[in-house]
Design a protein around this ligand. Structure first.
Ligand code: NAD
Length: 298
């Protein structure tokens, strides 16, 4: 394998789009996903190596993980034997939305093996993963590790923010998603309440978006996925609830008085228990309409 190759583990909704941009930037990839069909389809389309064995990662200069959570990252990097196979100057870049406390733990264990870990979670969803405009939050314990990760992150997006030490990217990501969720739940509750009173949701969103109540959900998701009744933001309740649990857990472990975070987490967790973790999070509006006896607009 030539120098400059990169490992990529996790080719789901987000990972396959990010890995595709890396491949298009000229990087040779070694790819792995527990879904063999997904892995092999990507390998064929982008002339990548299917990373079926740890040895396939022996020459890569970095491994990017884009997995459901920090436990999966630990399994894919450490338990799988990939870490043992890597060059000692390789950097592990976790772009998943992992728990920062898991990240600190994994960072310590990889450091014992002479390997550097950085956290580089992303925000922007599939649309911005596709066009390479994700916000990337880079946390790194030392400058050398950050410098090795940066060219690889730059190939996936020009918008890389240095957030500080290892784990700060993951903390920032969880807090971002708390703010996203709070705005989404507030707007959804307003739409359901207004709907029951006789307001048209399309008019409500027009007014909110011209007023001080607007947020990213009123401007995009509620217009594009809920008004249209498409409900395909491509972000599952399971993943969203996981992020809110991380944010609420972080606030709790730091003894911060942040009741809204726990409340928003509970609200989406309840919806997830009812609708299933694989359900798109925008489906919550349909659930809350049903519970409140609100007829959706035709
Ligand atoms: P996804 O479920 O679509 O993809 C995860 C992929 O990882 C799947 O292909 C799965 O087969 C694979 N996988 C799971 N465990 C594995 C393992 N041990 N080894 C190899 N492969 C494994 O999830 P996604 O929507 O792409 O999200 C990935 C991460 O990015 C999550 O942490 C999520 O919270 C975060 N995220 C998602 C979005 C979004 O809009 N979907 C946006 C920003 C961040």
């Amino acid at each position: 394998m030539s120098a400059g190759s990169v490992g990529f583990i996790g080719l789901g909704n987000m990972g396959r789009l990010m890995a595709a941009n890396l491949a298009r930037s000229g990087r040779k990839l070694v790819v792995r996903d527990t879904d063999a069909e997904r892995q092999n389809a990507f390998a064929i389309e982008f002339d990548a190596v299917a990373g079926d064995t740890p040895a396939a990662f022996a020459e890569v200069e970095a491994v990017v993980t884009m997995l459901p959570n920090g436990k999966a990252v630990r399994e894919a990097v450490l338990d799988s034997g990939v870490a043992t196979a890597l060059r000692r100057d390789a950097v592990v870049i976790d772009s998943s939305s992992s728990d920062p406390l898991d990240t600190l733990e994994l960072g310590r264990e990889l450091a014992e093996q002479g390997l550097a870990l950085v956290d580089a979670p992303v925000s922007g969803g599939m649309a911005r993963a596709l066009d390479g405009t994700l916000a990337i939050m880079l946390g790194a314990g030392d400058e050398a590790a950050a410098e090795r990760a940066l060219p690889i992150l730059d190939a996936m997006s020009a918008r890389v923010f240095r957030t500080g030490a290892l784990g700060t990217g993951h903390a920032m990501k969880a807090l971002n998603n708390f703010v996203l969720a709070a705005g989404f739940v507030a707007a959804a509750e307003a739409l359901v309440t207004g709907g029951k009173f006789g307001l048209d949701p399309a008019v409500m969103l027009d007014v909110l978006n011209a007023s001080s109540g607007r947020n990213v959900s009123t401007e995009t998701t509620l217009v594009e996925e809920v008004l249209t009744r498409r409900f395909t933001a491509n972000f599952t309740l399971g993943l969203f609830t996981k992020d809110l649990g991380i944010a609420a857990g972080l606030a709790g472990s730091l003894e911060i008085d942040a009741p809204l975070c726990a409340l928003v987490h509970e609200r989406l967790a309840q919806a997830g228990a009812e609708l299933g973790p694989q359900t798109d999070y925008t489906e919550t509006v349909r659930l809350w309409e049903r519970r409140s006896g609100v007829e959706p607009a035709p």
